[in-house]
Design a protein around this ligand. Structure first.
Ligand code: NAP
Ligand code: MG
Length: 414
């Protein structure tokens, strides 16, 4: 890497409510005074999405594909009720869905592990990075209540006019029951697998993929086969060179293994399993304020970093009325530092990399010194924490110190 500070840009995406307050504070106090990286700003607050008929989200997605690096603030996803209450012209769809589609990307949830903050699962010493295959399965299934006696048949009619496939599922008695038809797509599974292998290599972690292929022999069996094939064809040697491994495990076995493990792996899950286990892992690591999230393209080149939590709407009225808030800004700071690190890696800029590392060290040191927001104070058994602004100022003080000596051996967050 060279040491000149010629950087590509970072796309910064503003959002809503308390998350936006924190995002702006972090930007003003920790980023713009110190980092010489051009920022391209997009305002994805709900009011601006409404004002631009969501054009701003599409523009942000295009800009992300060009720049390869983005940091995003949480945004409100309106539902029918809130859209009516706010007088929106439409129930705008989730900006996250638009960005994910544009990147054909996969979301990885990565907890920030701080030695001095106790975890609900005390054995977890290293992060467990959860990757959820956010396509189809139960989420786009056809399900219905079977009203009475009759046969349930699953039928596939080939487009080329060849012989249909018909499978008799069951014959219902007069009490009827319930039925479900579920699918997934080969390309989507392969893209997911590639993104998981790539991310595991980037993080220098082993990869586990869990399914129930002993029961769903064809359905889950196909997922397992696609992962195994891709590993053999493209990743086995690269994993071996780093003494890493890939393994498929049955979901029940994996859940038990995950709980008793010390962490330190990427866990790829199917859609429903990922939905459930992401919340288990988030809770186990302590606070939503410690959970970050990366949307990565399958080649790992384009990445969008954000805090995994939402806009923290419940704390917003206090902020608006001028009262103290103690919302945890750590996931937001780490989203920025990871975006800066990714920019540095793409641009081969060691100076920027060390400065971004120094910012992470400043967060670790602040917490180690006992400066805590309320959520962390509760976890640590301390009566009350500091306000969000005070916490960020404490990080800024330490960052000022550390950045002077940035470049010393990396002491990363785990
Ligand atoms: P949320 O914003 O994650 O907050 C839920 C609760 O978790 C908060 O009330 C707070 O608990 C705690 N919490 C979350 N982040 C915290 C932090 N940094 N520090 C301390 N405590 C924190 O979820 P939500 O209230 O369900 O969602 C609000 C809005 O966010 C919705 O409009 C939703 O659509 C949106 N959302 C956006 C994204 C995204 O853009 N990526 C993701 C999820 C949700 P206490 O109140 O007990 O302190
Ligand atoms: Mg969930």
């Amino acid at each position: 890497m060279n040491s000149t500070a010629r950087n590509g840009s970072i796309i910064e995406i503003r959002g809503d409510e308390t998350a936006n307050v924190i995002f702006n504070l972090v930007r003003e106090k920790l980023i713009t005074p110190y980092f010489d990286v051009p920022l391209q700003s997009f305002n994805l607050s709900l009011s601006n999405r409404e004002a631009t008929s969501d054009q701003v989200t599409r523009e942000a997605a295009e800009a992300l594909k060009d720049a390869n690096v983005a940091v995003k603030c949480s945004t409100i996803t309106p539902n029918k009720t809130s859209a009516e209450a706010l007088g929106l012209s439409q129930v705008w769809k989730s900006p996250n869905a638009t960005l994910r589609k544009a990147l054909d990307g996969v979301i990885f949830r990565e907890p920030v592990v701080l030695e001095t903050v106790p975890r609900l699962v005390p054995g977890w010493k290293q992060p467990i990075v959860v990757a959820r295959h956010a396509n189809a399965d139960q989420y786009q299934a056809a399900d219905f209540v079977v009203p009475g006696a009759g046969e349930l048949v699953l039928s596939f009619i080939p487009e080329d006019g060849s012989e249909p496939v018909n499978r008799s599922v069951t014959t219902f008695g007069s009490d009827g029951g319930v039925a479900l038809g579920m699918y997934n797509n080969t390309d989507s599974i392969r893209t997911f697998a590639r993104a998981c292998f790539t991310r595991a290599l980037d993080l220098n972690m082993p990869l586990y993929f869990s399914t129930k292929n002993t029961v769903l022999k064809e359905y889950d069996g196909q997922f397992v086969q696609i992962f195994a094939q891709l590993y053999a064809d493209e990743f086995r040697e690269r994993f071996a060179a780093r003494s890493l491994h890939y393994e498929h495990r049955l979901i029940d076995d994996m859940v038990a293994f995950g709980l008793k493990s010390s962490g330190g792996f990427v866990w790829a899950l199917k859609n429903y399993d990922g939905d459930v286990q992401a919340d288990v892992v988030a809770q186990g690591f302590g606070s939503p304020g410690l959970m970050t999230s990366v949307l990565a393209s399958s080649d790992g080149r384009s990445c969008l970093f954000e805090a995994a939590h939402g806009t923290v709407a419940r704390h917003y009225p206090a902020w608006q009325s001028g009262a103290r808030i103690s919302t945890n800004p750590i996931a937001t700071i780490i989203a920025w530092s990871r975006a800066l690190q990714h920019r540095a890696q793409l641009d081969q800029n060691t100076v920027l990399l060390h400065q971004a590392d120094a910012l992470e060290q400043a967060v670790v040191s602040t917490v180690q010194d006992g400066v805590l927001t309320d959520d962390l104070a509760t976890l640590c058994g301390v009566e009350s924490g500091v306000a969000t602004g005070e916490f960020i100022n404490a990080v800024a003080d330490r960052f000022n110190e550390f950045r002077q000596v940035a470049g010393r051996p990396r002491q990363h967050l785990k």
